[in-house]
Design a protein around this ligand. Structure first.
Ligand code: FE
Ligand code: FE
Ligand code: ZN
Length: 276
């Protein structure tokens, strides 16, 4: 079974996302837990969630990814900003219990002149405070492009974080194809080598999801500008090789390409055609 979807707006609730997924031929999707710039979340609508879970079952949708607001910074030098990230993520994880068994992805953060070691320490501390044995969500660190002082620009940095988390079996990794490319991993020409490196440093068993994006910029550019599939520097043949790679083909893929719903429907259809 090929699980592919895209980032959908959560503004109208879960059922509306399920219907959007159906409309565009998606078998999974990703959504923001709240306004991507942070702020408070709407109260959970249990009727909406029950109706969605029924539709999810009917459509056979796969594992969903909830994406944390990208402005959170759990490794800021400012204690208030770190605390806000921690409280927001703890609240998100509590809310995710209404849709148990899914994934929660976040950007590790930016260390801003404190150095990557300090950044990693703060991130691991935060995770150790918010992860609870009773939670039914797997928390994913996203591979980052290495823009500015982003933590998670290398597999080693992610491994360092994972090593320091006590409830380690609650943790996984989401690989963003645009980000790893921008970070300098040549998934277009040396996919096997990159995956072997990932396996050696992190372990492929930790890889739970793929953000499938092309990149506007060259290998190692550290820019993080997503392109539509085939309109960037990774290119369609390589993206098709990624969804078909024996180590990846069973994973859920999420498009975060600059598209409206029709554009997403076309990219999903194109990838479905290519998945053999
Ligand atoms: Fe992201
Ligand atoms: Fe991403
Ligand atoms: Zn990105």
């Amino acid at each position: 079974m090929f699980y592919i979807g895209c980032h959908l707006s959560s503004a109208k609730g879960f059922l509306a996302m399920g219907k959007d997924a159906e409309k565009i031929g998606a078998t999974t999707f990703q959504f923001f837990t709240r306004n991507p710039r942070g702020g408070s979340a709407k109260p959970l609508d249990h009727e909406d969630i029950a109706a969605f879970l029924k539709l999810k079952e009917e459509l056979g949708l796969g594992t969903l990814v909830a994406h944390a607001p990208y402005t959170l910074n759990g490794c800021s030098a400012d204690e208030k900003i770190r605390d806000f990230a921690k409280r927001t993520m703890a609240d998100d994880l509590e809310r995710m219990e209404a849709v148990p068994g899914n994934l929660y992805n976040f950007h590790p953060g930016s260390h801003v002149k404190q150095g990557v070691e300090v950044g990693i320490t703060y991130i691991a501390e935060m995770l150790n405070e918010i992860l609870k044995p009773e939670l039914h969500t797997t928390v994913l660190l996203e591979t980052m492009a290495g823009k500015g002082s982003e933590v998670g620009r290398s597999f080693e940095e992610l491994r360092e974080i994972l090593d320091r988390v006590e409830l380690s079996d609650k943790m996984g990794v989401c690989m963003d194809t645009c980000h790893v490319w921008d970070a300098g991993y040549d998934i277009a020409n040396h996919l096997d080598d990159v995956l072997a490196e990932f396996d050696h440093i992190i372990g492929l068993n930790r890889l739970k999801a793929i953000h499938l994006n092309d990149s506007m910029n060259p290998l190692g550019s550290h820019k993080d500008r997503h392109a539509r599939l085939g309109e960037g520097q990774i290119g369609l043949p390589s993206l098709k090789a990624i969804i078909n790679h024996p180590a990846l083909r069973h994973l859920p893929f999420y498009l975060e390409t600059p598209n409206d719903l029709d554009g997403y429907a076309r990219e999903i259809a194109m990838m479905r055609e290519a998945w053999s």
